[in-house]
Design a protein around this ligand. Sequence first.
Ligand code: ADP
Ligand code: MG
Length: 698
Amino acid sequence: MDVMHTAIEYLKGVGPERSRLLKEELNIQTYQDLLHFFPNRYIDRSKFYPINQLPNTSAEFQIKGIVTSIDFIKQKRGKRMVANFQDETGNMQLVWFRGYQWIKEGLKINQPYVIFGRINWFNGQASMPHPEMELESVFKQGLKAVFYPIYRSTEKLINKGVSQRVVQKLVANLLEKEPDLSETLPPYLLNHFKLISKKEALHQVHYPDNQNTLARAQARLKFEEFFYMQLQLILKNHQRKQKIKGHSFAEVGPVFKDFFKNYLPFTLTGAQKRVIKEIRTDLGSGRQMNRLLQGDVGSGKTIVALLSMLIAIDNDFQASLVAPTEILAQQHFQSLSTLLKGTDVQCALLTGSSTKKERIVIHEELEKGSLAILIGTHAIFEEKVQFKNLGLAIIDEQHRFGVAQRSKLWHKNIIPPHVLVMTATPIPRTLAMSIYGDLDSSVIDSLPPGRKPIKTLHRFDNNRLNVFAFIKEQIKLGRQVYIVYPLIQESETLDYKDLMDGYQSISRDFPKPKYQISIVHGKMKSDDKAYEMERFVKGKTQIMIATTVIEVGVNVSNASVMVIESAERFGLSQLHQLRGRVGRGSDQSYCILMSGSKLSEEGKTRLQTMVKTNDGFEIAEVDLRLRGPGNLMGTQQSGVLELKIADVIKDSSLLKVARDTAQQIIKKDPDFTGQEHQVIKRTLSSLKIDSNIWNFIS
Ligand code: ADP
Ligand code: MG
């Protein structure tokens, strides 16, 4: 067996207890894992920080000085040991909360020590709890390199004595063993991109000679990481296209043509036409379509979905449209029914609240094939729901669906249906490239004509009366208004109270019978919700007070004002989604972001971004920068983003190079038969394939 796969337990200095800790805390199980556990940063061991210049942040520092005295201080439970530590510039405290008896015995007063650890500040006084410390004489002997690596650690590791020093030593031990660090990239790539060898890179990334060698080591390792990640993604898509057959929708027939000629209520935009053409090509190719359709709120994805479904029907297949919430499913059902009025195409709605009677009919007609389009929530995924011949599955708002659920749709037919995933949350290009690899994607990048860009304003709470006056003006003009309150799971009760308080105060300012108000929130029964929605949709109420349940789907073109309360508590993409609820008609629409006067830097950036732009892609890029890729995609999809050294944002140009390289190689030599590609073949097969990658693409 390859030495690199030796269990970490057998490395000098580890043993069973530490190996368990390393595994639990850092997921380090083998020699290989440890060598690929890259430092976060480095400290220059030849430099010491003067105490009087320690910056007022909680970070790790190396300091040289002497211990002048030791004290014990009583505290609530037990006591702590405090040593006064000083250099020529000032003094600070070293603190121990446990193990002090043993430490005290070893401590030498008035002898030069080198200490290292995290600085805490309290009342202007710096202290370092549980410092790592060595007598200067010992430190000098042990100094093998100038730059020392600092690794990610956890509270538990530190408490159990697995300090930075310990990890540094383990890595050094391993590197000293001169393990066989075989090359993982073809020599011609190393040459072409002037990359250093794997072996050199691993040595230099842990114990760099200087800044320059470190930079070259990092570049090499980042390239490798991106390259193999892209290779796997692209390969997967490539293989899917080769191996997985798809239904061939050969013709655009009478159903499509009839609708297009007689029922289409508007002219398609150029972007819509282009996207439909892309979908049409996929559907006719004989291979399974897996396409992501991105289009900002209001860009007109629904009609694209419908036209695609009509192509399926023309080829004697059924189609389904799945939405993440009941409200959204209902909305889709309503808009599609309206669009289909007068045609022979049958569609039905299936959700968690469909009655047993309704279900029986739907199940029967689905199996018979007389029902062409089924719209619904995840209820569609249930085993009992069997299609005669499902050919196209459309999924709206993909972020909300789990992978497992999506793959269930596959089993609704022997040959998997074509899949079109629609999302109104644009995925920043950098991110789309890195996690979707070569997934086909279509973008509706322009809005239907005649829309006026929404005006977005930020107002502080003390301006509320002006905002109310403005709302009254708009209502006088015959428009409708949304007022949205945040709902964040952790403080649901509190939010609920906010909502109810808001409702009461708005009811006072907008008295009946002149004003009618709808209210919708998560604690209501779905019948009641539907009733309240209905009243607003029909124009019977002018104000809709809601939590984020209206985030997706509600389509009231007469609504021209969106007021978002505590806007600083919403994420950017949510704010953008909410704003998209207005601006659907030809009237000038407004989005008013209400907030308290105290805002965090991030909160400020979010609100400013909203005021500045209506472009979903631009907003998504800011969001990505603020929150990082993992958070943006949700845990489900961040799996692929757990990169060890590369960063999809900071290293995006390198990502592009790696991706292009991977693409070229797969195009030229998809099975890696060339002699020069044996190393790729070997490396790929030794990678722990992250099942995440496979799953969420299909
Ligand atoms: P979304 O992409 O958010 O799902 P919708 O499909 O709901 O957007 O479309 C938003 C609104 O724009 C709908 O009222 C729809 O009828 C209208 N619409 C869509 N496409 C066009 C078009 N080409 N011309 C005019 N109106 C359109
Ligand atoms: Mg929509």
